[in-house]
Structures are given as C-alpha cells and as structure tokens.
Design a protein. Structure first.
Length: 73
C-alpha cells in the first residue's frame, strides 16, 4: 500500500476551512498556529513546484494541523 498523499488542492481547502473557523486576529492580523503551519507547508509545495506531499514526509505539527482541518478521503 502506498502512503497517503495530500494534494495541494486538499491542502488549500484545509487552509480555507481553518481560516474561516479561525480568522486572523489582532492589530497584526496574526494567524493561528495551525493556519500558519498549513500556510508554510503550502508555500513549500509552491516553492518546490510540487502538486502534493506524502503524509509520511510531514512534520508532527503539519500532521496535527492537517488532522484538524483536512476532510477525510
């Protein structure tokens, strides 16, 4: 069985759900830890021109954030 792969579209949808539920706040428009973590992962995929990432390649923080906001496949 191959590892679960998260597409960039699934990641973007998770970010949008997280941002809708936990909007930026404060004078600095600070993001929540989960939104910032997912955003950094998204940026990395864009920078590396990847269309997705294997779950096994994620950090613990990225797995936690995705677990909160990714819809089950």
């Amino acid at each position: 069985m191959s590892p679960r792969r998260i597409s960039i579209a699934e990641l973007e949808a998770a970010i949008n759900r997280a941002r809708a539920a936990q909007p930026a706040s404060g004078a600095e428009s600070s993001l929540t830890l989960e939104v910032a973590t997912l955003g950094a992962l998204y940026g990395r995929l864009i920078w590396e021109r990847l269309d997705g990432v294997d779950v096994d390649a994620l950090t613990d923080a990225e797995r936690v954030a995705l677990g909160l906001w990714l819809r089950p496949a």
